[in-house]
Design a protein around this ligand. Sequence first.
Ligand code: 5AD
Ligand code: SF4
Length: 435
Amino acid sequence: MNKKYHLIVFGCQMNISDAERVATIIEEMGYKKTSKLEEADLIVVTMCSIRQSAVDRVHWLDDKFKKSERKPITILTGCILEKDKKVFAEGFDYVIDIKNITHLPKILKTKITHKTSDRLFWEQDNITNYLDIKPKHSSKFSASVPIMTGCNNFCAYCVVPYTREREVSRRANKIIKEIKGLVKNGYKEIWLLGQNVNSYKDKEKNINFAELLKIINKIPGDFWVRYTSSHPKDFKQDVIEAMAEGNHITPYLNLPIQSGDDKVLRSMKRWYTAKQYKKIIADLRKKIPNIAISTDIIIGFPGESKKQFNNTVKLFKEVKYDMAYINKYSPRVGTSAFKLKDNVTWPEKKQREKILTDALRETAFENNKKLIGKIVKVLIDSQKDGIYFGKTDTYKSIKISTFAKASVDKQNLIGKFVNAKITKANNWNLEGKTI
Ligand code: 5AD
Ligand code: SF4
């Protein structure tokens, strides 16, 4: 009988993408995937350390594995802080750094423990080797392609530079080859991933991020390209030009500002001002008028006063975001902000989150209303009871329940592009009909 494995993934798109590589390695070892934790012989958890709440969920699993009668092999990988590795090694059989995952078969055979596995392969491996593993994509039409990993920025609140170490970029020819392969296999949406894609650099060929986008724009085929994450301090005019070329790069950008107050930005070690950020947005809108923009925010960073928070609200009203990912500050051991007093209370953080969400709702709704009557390209991703759901090129969720032509073969719409006319705007999504 085939042995079975179960994957548990926490965190961002990069972790999901990492898990798709882990799946390849495990399946090469003869395991078959199961969605049931209880029947797995091998369980892999890809963890996230960005917020304490994510770490706490792994503690819960750790505890569960310790107490369990059944003894499947349990592996922890992903973004793990050095100090947590020791703690989690009590419940998990193996705690493996993600870049050493290529060695998993060897590690399992030799019963190497967490204490030695990291160090053992550290020097031998180029950090990007694991990114070259062909992933087991979880979708048939949307795929992620990591272009770089790690981060050199050390924002005061962030664990990523400690869990993923310094920035390393993949070679452009490998990225292009992977994208061409996906397009050939019918993929319609490709996400370029990295902690800070704007500092991408293929040093040997001297290709930066904008040049990479321009090369990708020339690949033939009908497909979209999106990317994340960007850092405003590294976001340069050449990227705007590459985006404005259109073709494959979609008119959508997530540009995390984190705070709208310059003093808070300085203590966050973000190295740009609200004015500089707004200039980027103005340049983007000038060159790409239909662009949709989202951001990331941290609410209640140590010392954030009501007045400083109000500067974020003001900025939200000025920038008129389409979407925002609003996070309540979570102190992380080892980061420079950990030394600062987490002095904005939890109820206050929640209150500020509500105020900002209200401001966002208004601008998102205003932006959505402007789209009524417009025809947009949509990638259909799911359906329920004859209603189809998808994303526009601007990454807005859309619901389609009316199909203009009776001849449309609705069964085959998932993973396909359709043209839709927007008939209704809601706060967080659109409604439309195919034309
Ligand atoms: N607390 C809260 N949010 C955080 N983020 C990163 N670190 C923290 C933290 N310590 C948020 C940032 C980042 C997103 C991925 O997670 O907004 O852009
Ligand atoms: Fe974290 Fe800042 Fe790096 Fe983003 S740029 S991963 S927020 S340290």
